[in-house]
Design a protein around this ligand. Sequence first.
Ligand SMILES: [Zn+2]
Length: 217
Amino acid sequence: MHYDNVQALFCLILKNQIRTIDEGVETLIPDPDSQQKIFAVQYYCSTKYFCRQQQISEYYSWDGDASAKACSKCDNCVNCIKNNVQDLPDATDDIYELLEVTKSLTAQHPYVTPKDVVDVFTHSKTGDMESKGYLTSEAYKREYTRKVLVSKELAFQALHDLVVSGYVKQACTLKKQKERQMTCSTHIHGVRENAENFIGNKSWVYKAPRKQRRERR
Ligand SMILES: [Zn+2]
């Protein structure tokens, strides 16, 4: 399922959204609960190796419920087998660092996208980063060597996970221009208070094909 289809679906079924039309561009700002649901569906669609049935089971489970086993039949389970995917070591240390980078960057800069956070976390050095002033930010200057979230793809997945878990605050605006597909712009605007106190309560395990672990900054 494509993101745009998902967003269009949510716009049709969700209520309590701010809707404005200006020069033919329709802007929708869903209420915070609806936004969290959109992010959860985006995360579900973006995962490549996390069993679909396990994801749904976890979404509706209570704390302390036993986790479901991978079904070995869904597209993601098939991907795991096809790409020789393995569980990576627990990424809790990297998650703490990702949280600190997010906190620092959003405290210094007014409009931070998920890509900005990942670029700073992975120490990208591009013209875009320079023009935004990120290369001299405190977040960029942090000295830390990532142990598990070594690729951008894994960093994006972890950030998305933090958003869906409610530890990183993200907001979205949906725009629709006549006869064009709906677009969704997201920005990160902070970290939940005392989030670092809760990070250690769960394990942060991601999956990757064996070759992906060699990608380092
Ligand atoms: Zn599965």
